[in-house]
Write a protein that binds this ligand. Structure first.
Ligand SMILES: NC(=O)C1=CN([C@@H]2O[C@H](COP(=O)(O)OP(=O)(O)OC[C@H]3O[C@@H](n4cnc5c(N)ncnc54)[C@H](OP(=O)(O)O)[C@@H]3O)[C@@H](O)[C@H]2O)C=CC1
Ligand SMILES: O=C1O[C@H](COP(=O)(O)O)[C@@H](O)[C@H](O)[C@H]1O
Length: 516
């Protein structure tokens, strides 16, 4: 067994300075083998395999593309092909076309093995060698770690140990699912283990929110329109509110979720990413390190919350029984596989402060919860009120608000005050809307479609860098520590509501939570 160590530099791994400027996003990705560890799991079946089918349908996969699934289940290639077919038929966003699906399945293979067992990697190395030989060239290799996080370090170690971390003439990349560690210390240790084997440019840490069209559009709206830049600061913006409400509960994931909770599951990654994109300085180029560098600056500028101030900045909640969308649902503690002693939060509300010249004094409110009244992810930017209102008695004038609705109804709206038609000067709030569906007459691709394509191309712009994930944990860890030291249970809210009443206590005077 040979042990790979990361090279000082790697010409074939070098990222293009600006993939868009170089037109690389228009080219099909280079010939590649995608290896999915955890190939029979929930994420693979519901998201990754359907995403591959949809890319195949659009002709966006490499001309030569092969998939190898790795899991411990004893399956033949044909047995796994049947599983892939079923997953695609059940979960693809478009009904599968037999010709496209059959062509994809011909290039699907399977290796049985435990993630910590040498045999699996010997079998995998042999398969990979056969595919290279059949292609007559070394193919790029993308290892996708769709496994429980406890295996991430071990799998990367085995990849290195079996000489699979790199080779001449082709690129090797490793995509790592979330959560990247469960504490700051674990994340640091995982980065250390991963970077012992791989060069940072080979590591693609996934945050699927970055693959959402509406999230990328935030970058476009902010940095391609002169309209926003002059007002995007403390002089004009009064507050920012980021909400990720979910109607769903545990969906059979109690084993994972009860050990994680809402703060680790959504805030540490997805919601901090939204905050960064909203708050970051304009990057000099739309390239991985320019964008990630700006995000890291924001994360490092988020004020750490002192333990004795925690109650003024953080609220944790847990759903009780209730009804969501007309369905009666049990309390979190009565969900299957949740231990009776659980103190896991299913709701979080935070007030964060970004200590920069641009954002000093502007509260960033973040809120997420399971079993809320409905699914809604949005960012609401509330502007300062006008300094002097000349229309006395003309009705209420609310401050302007720009709302980016990330999902499910993808749109951007700007709330303005307008004159009600007729005599006098009566004012009323109205909205100007930009809806994706209406403007582009197409449905957005799934986030995983975009992210898999980018990983195949080697574009890490929408993936998280080592220092970034560490900076995210540094924001979250003091809150986790404070909650761990506090024996009181999370505040209860009824399933189907907008969360616990206690979320009000972190609002600055005059601010209010938007309805979900
Ligand atoms: N599911 C989701 O909606 C989401 C998941 N994620 C992340 O994706 C990753 C995968 O999650 P998910 O698919 O839900 O997990 P699952 O538990 O459903 O799947 C795990 C996969 O790993 C295999 N496996 C487990 N243990 C071993 C082992 N020792 N050796 C070899 N194979 C093994 C399983 O095979 P077997 O069937 O034999 O057990 C299965 O294929 C996690 O990091 C999760 O946090 C991220 C966002 C959403
Ligand atoms: O990462 C996760 O995200 C989903 C929510 O994703 P979305 O794309 O549907 O908004 C969440 O339900 C899950 O608990 C979490 O692990």
């Amino acid at each position: 067994m040979s042990t790979d160590t990361p090279p000082e530099t790697s010409a074939s791994q070098a990222l293009p300075a600006d993939p868009l400027a170089e037109g690389l996003d228009q080219l099909p990705p280079p010939s590649s083998v995608l290896v999915i560890f955890g190939a029979t799991g929930d994420l693979a079946r519901r998201k990754l395999l359907p995403a591959l089918y949809n890319l195949a349908h659009e002709g966006s996969l490499p001309e030569r593309f092969q998939l190898i699934g790795v899991s411990r289940g004893e399956l033949t290639d044909d047995g796994y092909r049947d599983e892939v077919r079923q997953a695609i038929e059940r979960f693809s966003r478009r009904p599968p076309d037999a010709t496209v699906l059959d062509a994809l399945l011909e290039n699907v293979f399977y290796v049985t093995g435990g993630f910590e067992e040498d045999d699996a990697y010997r079998g995998l190395a042999q398969r990979l060698g056969q595919l290279d030989a059949a292609a007559g060239q070394p193919l790029n290799r993308i290892f996708y770690l769709s496994t429980a996080p406890r295996f991430f370090g071990a799998i990367v170690g085995q990849i290195g140990g079996h000489g699979l971390a790199r080779r001449e003439g082709a690129d090797t990349r490793v995509v790592i699912e979330k959560p990247f560690g469960t504490t700051e210390t674990e994340a640091l240790e995982l980065n250390r283990r991963v970077l012992e084997v791989l060069h940072e440019e080979q590591v693609f840490r996934i945050d699927h929110y970055l693959g959402k069209e509406t999230v990328q559009n935030l970058l476009a709206l902010r940095f391609a329109n002169g309209l926003f830049e002059p007002i995007w600061n403390r002089n004009h913006i009064a507050s920012v509110q980021i909400t990720a409400g979910e109607a769903v509960g545990l969906e059979g994931r109690a084993g994972y979720y009860d050990g994680a909770g809402a703060l680790r599951d959504l805030v540490q990654n997805h919601l901090l990413q939204l905050l960064c994109i909203l708050a970051m300085e304009p990057p000099t180029a739309f390239a991985a390190d320019d964008i990630r560098g700006e995000k890291v600056k924001i994360l490092r500028a988020i004020e750490r919350i002192d333990r004795d101030q925690m109650h003024l900045h953080a609220v944790r909640g847990r759903y009780g029984a209730g009804a969501v969308g007309g369905d009666v649902v049990p309390a979190y503690v009565n969900e299957p596989d949740v231990p009776a002693s659980s103190t896991t939060e299913t709701f979080v509300a935070l007030r964060l402060q970004v200590d920069t010249w641009r954002w000093a004094g502007v509260p960033f409110y973040i809120r997420t919860g399971k079993r809320l009244s409905r699914k809604l992810t949005e960012i609401a930017v509330t502007l300062q009120p006008v300094p002097h209102l000349a229309f006395h008695g003309g009705g209420t004038v609310e401050p302007n608000q720009i709302v980016f609705t990330i999902q499910p109804d993808e749109h951007v709206s700007i709330k303005l005050a307008a004159k009600v038609p007729g005599s006098g000067m009566h004012l009323r709030p109205v909205t100007m809307d930009f809806s994706y569906g209406t403007s582009f007459l197409s449905t957005s691709p799934e986030a995983y479609e975009r992210l898999i394509t980018d990983a195949l191309r080697g574009d890490a712009t929408l993936f998280t860098r080592a220092d970034e994930v560490e900076a995210q944990w540094a924001v979250i860890q003091p809150i986790l520590d404070a909650w761990a030291a506090d024996a009181s249970p999370p505040d209860e809210y009824a399933a189907g509501s907008d969360g616990p009443q206690s979320q009000q206590r972190i609002l600055r005077d005059g601010d209010h939570w938007r309805a979900i």
